[in-house]
Ligand binder design. Sequence first.
Ligand SMILES: NC(=O)c1ccc[n+]([C@@H]2O[C@H](COP(=O)([O-])OP(=O)(O)OC[C@H]3O[C@@H](n4cnc5c(N)ncnc54)[C@H](O)[C@@H]3O)[C@@H](O)[C@H]2O)c1
Length: 394
Amino acid sequence: MPALHSIRAQFGESQPLAGIRIAACLHVTAETAALVRTLASGGAEVRLCASNPLSTQDDVVASLSEHDGIAVFARRGVDRKTYYEHIDESLAHAPHILMDDGADLARLIHTKRRDLLDQVIGGTEETTTGVVRLRSMARESVLAFPVIAVNQARTKHHFDNRYGTGQSVIDGVLRATNRLIAGSVFVVAGYGWCGRGVAMRAAGMGAQVVVTEVDPLRGLEALMEGYRVMPIAEAAPIGDFFCTVTGNARVIGEAEFLAMKNGAIVCNAGHFDVELDVETLGNLAEDRKTVREGVDEFRLNNGKSIFLLGGGRLVNLATAEGHPPDIMDLSFANQALSVKHLMYNADSLEVGVLAVPEEIDRQVAALKLDGLGIHIDQLTADQQRYMTSWQLGT
Ligand SMILES: NC(=O)c1ccc[n+]([C@@H]2O[C@H](COP(=O)([O-])OP(=O)(O)OC[C@H]3O[C@@H](n4cnc5c(N)ncnc54)[C@H](O)[C@@H]3O)[C@@H](O)[C@H]2O)c1
């Protein structure tokens, strides 16, 4: 993670976060540990909890608490009640900055813990679904502090959502099932940044990709990319694999499950476990059993079996290790620099959901290229003049 590494070196020297308390609710993975160590090396006191009960890597929790003295509230596979208790704990040191992945900390502090709102400078948000929730809080004038939408940085969603999700979803599907993707029909519900990545990598493995969408522009884009586009009702009976990445609820439900082929494999890579109606799938099943780690077979009363991966939670984190560090380097470099930006501009930032400043986006890209030893061209003075003049033409 060369970009984050160079930020850590700068933070270590200049201590920009000295005296700042941060509550972070993120997937507790090795890459997150690198971010937390960067924040701590800049002088912050960090409390960390998980943003999903199935994504926690317990060895990372142990290492952060044993070697770095970080308070981590997470354990893989905890029940819902414990999961929310952990989120409560992460706020107990009265943080100045909230770092969210899905806006759970923001929701909690604006509801149950309003007593902690006063000293909050601001927050950052890692994912699309969190940004959607925060914008809806801002629209209803509920949001009480500025939040930087890290997801909206180009160095985040163009890479993490597309290439990260693309690769790690295929990784999750393969680790869980060991099934052949070549020659299969792979249905991707939602052709946003994540969906583009999943479709691209499934096609690269030899699948016939079917895309379902509700946005005509994105449906058209998927079509021109060479995929078949159709409603989920038509895709249900022909798919071998299904992956939802919409950020929406109940995209695949009773009618689709009943129409699927015997042996269909379904998974979700959207932030919350609401895209597949798992409860209804359970109600339709005569029998349910775990056939491999992370794979549950639902034997339906129509005689067919459907295999659910990762319990319907983010498959790339539930049955694999999430995005590779090379990708999280970009996302977390944005996080670290956005926290510093919040600190230094606390008085002038508006309350609301804010963009990552363009300088940070470009700095992260430059740091990454530099870390990879890749150089690019610079505009010549002549080119600069040409690009800014309206008088020069044919
Ligand atoms: N698994 C991961 O590691 C990971 C990484 C980044 C983001 N996410 C999450 O993935 C989800 C998608 O993120 P994104 O950045 O691609 O969002 P996006 O907004 O770019 O794309 C979502 C797409 O889904 C479409 N959609 C909405 N409802 C639909 C429906 N009923 N049927 C078909 N399509 C529908 C939308 O039109 C849109 O094109 C979010 O929940 C986000 O938080 C997951």
